[in-house]
Design a protein around this ligand. Structure first.
Ligand SMILES: Nc1nc2c(c(=O)[nH]1)N[C@H]1C(S)=C(S)[C@@H](COP(=O)(O)OP(=O)(O)OC[C@H]3O[C@@H](n4cnc5c(=O)[nH]c(N)nc54)[C@H](O)[C@@H]3O)O[C@H]1N2
Ligand SMILES: Nc1nc2c(c(=O)[nH]1)N[C@H]1C(S)=C(S)[C@@H](COP(=O)(O)OP(=O)(O)OC[C@H]3O[C@@H](n4cnc5c(=O)[nH]c(N)nc54)[C@H](O)[C@@H]3O)O[C@H]1N2
Ligand SMILES: [Mo]
Length: 788
């Protein structure tokens, strides 16, 4: 590590700004064939390799068998549900769950001595991968004004500083309370309570970058911002459409559900610019037949859509379904459902019939052959049990909200929502991101939600809408937010426009991060900064001598408990709920009407309060301890009761085709994840299924585009974006030739977040549109590397 041997505090670090970006160095790319099967033996091997490397094999493997078991802990990776009935005796985990566990269960430690040795500036010169490998945070640390090194601080003093800073603000709205999606229901509920009793709804969260678009699209149409299917619907369905999602990497346990669906006769349509391995085929490593061969082919139809071509594709499917209905009256559309459960059908059909596009122009815009569109439409036409799944490929598009409503239009035509084996399935990201929202981590709460808090706790919660992620960045930049608390996550690296965001964060008076591991977000600090170490999901959480449970909600609305089993890396950690309660006590003191002390000592008491304030949690403490937990109510799924303002009907929505024209030398870039990362946590440098080894600074391009641009595979290039009339540069990437539609490119985040303008957002949901970034690509120029 650079600067490792330098004595502390003598290296003129104060003169340097810590680096907000990963160092611009390449690590020697190797190519392997692109895979078209996910999992199997390599996945099992990879899972154990990670545990070995983290020196956690013994603690780790034991833990693996407890992960996602009925009396175990909830995997800290994705939000895919556990089977309600049988769970695999091999452990309900996947390769990437094992990596997430290895990352959390590592016995390496980041101690106050470590911080004394390494300045913030020196740490910032490491890659995210290197920073992550340093280990678990063991003690609270503090960076004083003008300081170059974090230093040990007592919990007492840390809470005191937080209270003093918050109370010195001119208005509570000068503070922001960020949340990432791993935080338990209990900690989330107390955290929002603290923010609201303090007086603000400034609660940006990772949903603002993830599925905000889904919630925004679904709430006014089906009356609930969540999905409408259960896991068992996958076992009993006819067609599953997977759009803009890479399940093999990001929700690997979804693969077992897809496998079972296929064995039960379902067909799969995959819509993605990349032929992802996890969409094509699957060898189940949890079953012997999967390990030794005999996997299942997944996609029956793969549609290689252009980036942001999905709207054209969906409209083409609708045209075709209407045509088929004319040929086979009554057997394609569900007229009874349309009549009884929807509104706006005539206007919708009229708009399609009179539109100035045709099947041919739509096919051109989406990049998929007419015949393939016809084949996909034929697969849907005479089937009713249809599930649409989607991920970031749709939600992070500028018109993502409209596209999801277009998906609903199709399901409404077919009467395929709120039925067994049919409905919508936004596949959530973080393991408890859905629960965070249920617990009111939301910058725009409804009056009804706030009324319940007011009634139970007796204070007046603020009614003014707060800032989401993008608005928080801008407010920080304008100096309007002065203190930011971060419950998990990595705000700096997860958000767009890295250098703009870094400038914003440097203006903060105080940044407080509650974290398990060190990340770059701790290094781009405010005038003062605190890092408060906490337990991960797999750690034993002992309060009052008793091993505790916490609860989470998965992608399908099941609330379950999770019980850690590993001895914590340090005895100076506090759990998130206790941290929140102590921040609240030291900030609000005598003026609080909430009994923080009781909640500090008892998760059961927190759950009793949740039961009183949030519908669906009756008998919470009892029901959550029952096998498999319980489902939250979902009127769209259970009763076909949709939008309340339309008397329970669901409206058809009229949408527009986007304008996808590009300048001569422009490309569209989608930023995605590799198989070796969890968001900003980088497990390794490979992206195995896509045949990439040992490099993250790559740009996937179409072979013809490469030739046309006068480039060749392996060339070094620089990437540019010019939104808002500003030049943004991401230097030094390697060109990779890949089966991707022309003018479309893919890179990995967070390295290319520097290219995403903070103003490039999704309409209505205000999420960063990180899958639709216009870029230019030029041969690498060494001058781009000058150290700024
Ligand atoms: N191992 C692992 N698991 C994870 C995560 C992780 O980082 N690592 N992250 C978690 C989180 S927070 C989330 S939100 C989920 C994310 O999981 P995904 O939703 O799968 O997210 P991405 O990897 O960003 O990739 C989305 C897919 O969209 C495709 N795509 C890009 N542009 C378009 C487009 O215009 N149209 C269509 N149809 N497709 C497009 C890409 O090719 C890619 O396959 O995973 C969760 N699980
Ligand atoms: N360009 C681009 N940007 C994106 C995306 C994209 O596809 N493209 N995806 C977006 C999406 S979908 C999301 S969800 C966001 C993710 O944004 P975040 O949720 O903010 O980021 P993570 O990388 O998941 O956060 C990792 C950090 O969380 C901390 N941590 C881990 N476990 C725990 C825990 O149990 N408790 C606490 N307190 N801390 C913990 C660790 O310190 C770790 O370093 O990124 C978004 N950014
Ligand atoms: Mo996410």
């Amino acid at each position: 590590m650079e600067n490792e041997k330098q004595p502390s505090k003598t290296n003129n670090d104060a003169l340097h700004f810590p680096k907000a970006e990963n160092p611009f160095r390449l690590s020697d790319l190797r190519r392997a064939p692109v895979e078209n099967w996910a999992a199997g033996i390599p996945a099992v091997k990879a899972a154990f390799a990670d545990l070995m490397e983290e020196k956690t094999l013994i603690r780790g493997t034991r833990a693996l068998f407890k992960m996602n078991q009925v009396d175990g802990f909830d995997c800290p990776s994705c939000a895919w549900p556990d089977p309600d009935d049988e769970r695999s005796p091999l452990g309900e985990y996947c390769e990437n769950g094992a990596k997430a566990l290895a990352e959390e269960a590592t016995s390496k430690r980041v101690t106050p001595d470590f911080f004394a040795e390494h300045s913030v500036y020196a740490l910032s010169k490491l890659t995210d991968y290197e920073i992550g490998k340093m280990g678990r945070l063991t003690d609270p640390v503090y960076l004083p004004p003008g300081g170059t090194h974090y230093q040990r601080i007592s919990w007492e003093d840390a809470f005191h500083k937080i209270g003093t800073h918050l109370n010195a603000l001119a208005s509570p709205n000068e503070a922001a309370f960020y949340t990432s999606g791993r935080t338990s229901n209990e900690a989330s509920f107390m955290y929002q309570l603290f923010a609201r009793e303090f007086g603000t709804n400034n609660m940006p969260d990772c949903s603002n970058m993830c599925h905000e678009t889904s919630g925004t699209a679904l709430r006014p149409t089906i009356g609930i911002g969540k999905g409408t299917v259960k896991l068992e619907d996958f076992y009993d369905t006819d067609v599953i459409v997977i759009m803009g999602q890479n399940p093999g990497t990001n929700a690997p346990r979804m693969m077992s559900a897809l496998e079972r669906a296929k064995r039960n006769g379902a067909q799969i349509i995959a819509i993605n610019p990349l032929p992802e391995a996890g969409l094509m085929g699957f060898h189940n490593p949890q079953e012997i037949r999967g390990i030794i061969g005999g996997g299942v082919k997944l996609a029956d139809k793969y549609l290689p859509v252009k980036i942001n071509g999905d709207m054209a594709l969906l409209k083409a499917l609708e045209l075709l379904l209407l045509q088929l209905e004319e040929q086979h009256p009554g057997s394609v559309l569900d007229h009874r459902f349309i009549e009884e459960k929807t509104t706006g059908y005539e206007a919708f059909v009229e708009a399609l019939r009179t539109a100035d596009y045709t099947l041919t122009t739509l096919a051109e815009q989406c990049g998929v052959e007419v015949d393939d569109l016809k084949a996909a439409a034929a697969m849907l036409a005479f089937k009713k049990r249809i599930i649409f799944c989607w991920g970031m490929g749709l939600t992070q598009q500028p018109n993502g909200v409209a596209m999801i409503r277009e998906i609903l239009n199709i399901l409404l035509l077919k009467g395929s929502i709120g039925i067994k084996g049919g409905g919508v399935c936004p596949v959530r990201g973080h393991s408890n991101v859905q629960g965070n929202r249920t617990m009111l981590i939301d910058e725009k709460p409804t009056d009804a939600q706030l009324d319940r808090l007011q009634e139970f706790f007796g204070f007046n919660p603020p009614r003014k809408q707060g800032y989401d992620v993008v608005r928080t960045i801008k407010a920080m930049h304008a100096g309007d937010i002065k203190v930011m608390l971060s419950m998990g996550g990595n705000f700096l690296s997860a958000t767009p426009d890295t250098n703009y965001t870094a400038a914003a964060m440097r203006k903060l008076d105080l940044l407080v991060c509650v974290s398990t591991k060190l990340n770059r977000g701790h290094l781009i600090h405010g005038k003062e900064s605190l890092i408060l170490p906490t337990y991960g999901r797999s750690d034993k959480d002992i309060v009052g001598g008793q091993l505790q449970i916490v609860t989470t909600e998965n992608s399908m609305g099941v609330v379950q408990y999770s019980k850690g089993m590993l001895d914590p890396v340090s005895d100076n950690l506090l759990n998130e709920t206790q941290i929140v309660c102590r921040m609240a006590m030291s900030t609000l003191g005598e003026r609080s009407v909430v009994d923080w002390k009781t909640y500090h000592g008892s998760y059961d008491a927190v759950r009793d309060a949740i039961e009183q304030c949030i519908p669906g949690f009756s008998n919470f403490n009892i029901r959550v301890r029952e096998k498999g937990g319980f489902y939250l109510p979902n009127a769209a799924r259970d009763e076909q009761r949709f939008a309340g303002h339309l008397g329970g009907r669901a409206p058809f929505t009229l949408t527009q085709l986007p304008d996808n024209t590009l300048q001569e030398d422009e490309y569209v870039m989608a930023t995605t994840r590799t198989h070796d990362q969890f968001n900003t946590t980088i497990y390794g440098l490979d992206d195995r299924y896509r045949g990439i080894k040992n490099e993250r600074r790559v740009v996937f391009m179409n072979a013809q585009d490469i030739a046309k641009a006068g480039l060749k595979e392996g060339d070094k290039v620089d990437l540019f974006n010019y939104d808002d009339g500003i030049e943004r540069i991401a230097p030094l990437f390697v060109v990779v030739s890949y089966p991707i539609p022309q003018r479309c490119t893919v890179t990995y985040f967070p390295e290319t977040n520097v290219l995403v303008s903070v103003n490039n957002v999704v309409e209505e949901s205000n999420m960063p549109a990180s899958k639709y970034v216009k870029i230019k690509i030029r041969k690498h120029d060494a001058r781009m590397l000058k150290d700024v």
